[in-house]
Design a protein around this ligand. Structure first.
Ligand code: DAH
Length: 345
């Protein structure tokens, strides 16, 4: 046994840095265990020359105390193994809340309307938002100088040719596309975004949403239109709802009508929502003009049909009485969260 053996262990234990309790325990075994280095020195002590025994004995005892104290110190200061491998977890804590998104009010209304017409046997069709003049105006019987074709009302994407590209101003363009490619009879609803060159205010926006409906078959009459709209209105606004049709004009339908539903707030007595009339306007409709059928290659002598179109923001306004259109487009979370209970799981 040599002096250096003691010094070496001392140096080792002083420099030792344990990070986990397991490392502390390993160090204890390495130095103080049955076959540990300090224990081995005690065994070798027996062979030390008698005149050196006193000095070595003292050093050995000091070494053992130093090692034991150092190990105790580390044992007290080093965290648990779990702590070393990550933050302490309290498994009884509630989990991280998982935030559910919610449908936008316009999406809720669109889904409700589409679901109602699906029940009536309608398919869903979609068409492009960037359309051409033909599908938005010409095939729908708009005369060449109709004001809707004016730059004032329509956003043009390209001008200067016969069939300029533009942002569709209504989803009626999708009925043309449906007539072009679907087999008869046709029964579709076409939801989508539409664009108009309007100054943004509480009552007007340059983007909004519509749903178009189209039904074409043999012997479709105005009575079928009226019945379809009545059934829809009762599904949408409640079984007591009445409808009234007022004569109107659209280039693509003849005859045309605007439809009001009885005010479900005052039930006809008159309130500020229905402006005292007892009625709320919800859509435009009519019998598809024979010119429109013929333009898409449908024999207007054999087939007839009806069409209707409604604004989704308008229906959402009636449903939730949010009367500023801009709220529907600003994506203010405080507004959107108002509809989170309407989410379907
Ligand atoms: N396209 C019309 C609009 O944007 C709405 C409309 C009215 C659609 C009558 C129709 C209809 O299909 O028959 O104001």
């Amino acid at each position: 046994m040599k002096r250096e053996d003691i010094d070496q262990i001392l140096a080792e234990i002083n420099n030792l840095k344990c990070k986990t309790q397991k490392e502390v325990e390993d160090a204890r075994v390495k130095f103080l265990g049955k076959k540990g280095e300090v224990t081995r020195l005690f065994e070798e002590f027996r062979t030390v020359a008698p005149e050196l025994k006193r000095e070595f004995g003292k050093s050995l005892n000091e070494l053992k105390q130093t090692v034991a104290a150092r190990i105790d110190e580390m044992k007290a200061n080093v965290g648990t193994d779990e702590a070393a491998s990550g933050p302490k977890q309290d498994l009884s804590m509630p989990g991280e809340p998982y935030e559910l998104g919610s449908r936008h009010p316009v999406s809720i209304v669109r889904k409700e309307i589409v679901d109602i017409f699906r029940k009536f046997g309608y398919d869903v069709a979609e068409g492009p938002e960037i359309e051409d003049d033909y599908h938005v105006f010409e095939a729908l019987n708009f005369p060449p100088n109709h004001p809707a074709r004016d730059m004032q009302d329509t956003f043009f994407v390209s001008t200067g040719h016969v069939n300029p590209l533009l942002l569709r101003t209504h989803t009626s363009s999708v009925q043309v596309r449906a007539m072009e490619k679907m087999k008869l009879p046709i029964r579709v609803v076409c939801p989508g975004r539409v664009f108009r060159n309007e100054a943004i205010s509480a009552r007007a926006h340059c983007i909004f949403h519509q749903i178009e409906g189209l039904y074409i078959d043999e012997d479709v009459t105005f009575a079928d239109l009226k019945q379809a709209i009545l059934l829809f209105a009762r599904e949408m606004f409640g079984p007591e709802t009445e409808i009234r049709m007022r004569p109107s004009f659209f280039p693509f339908t003849e005859p045309s009508a605007e439809v009001d539903v009885s005010c479900n707030i005052c039930h006809g007595k008159g309130c500020n929502i229905c402006k005292g009339t007892g009625w709320l306007e919800i859509l435009g409709c009519g019998m598809v003009d024979p010119n429109v059928l013929e333009a898409s290659g449908i024999d207007s002598k054999k087939y007839s049909g009806f069409a209707f179109g409604m604004g989704l923001e308008r229906i959402a306004m009636l449903k939730w009485r949010v009367n500023d259109l801009r709220h529907y487009f600003e994506n203010d979370m405080r507004f959107l969260r108002e509809f989170s209970t309407a989410v379907e799981v």
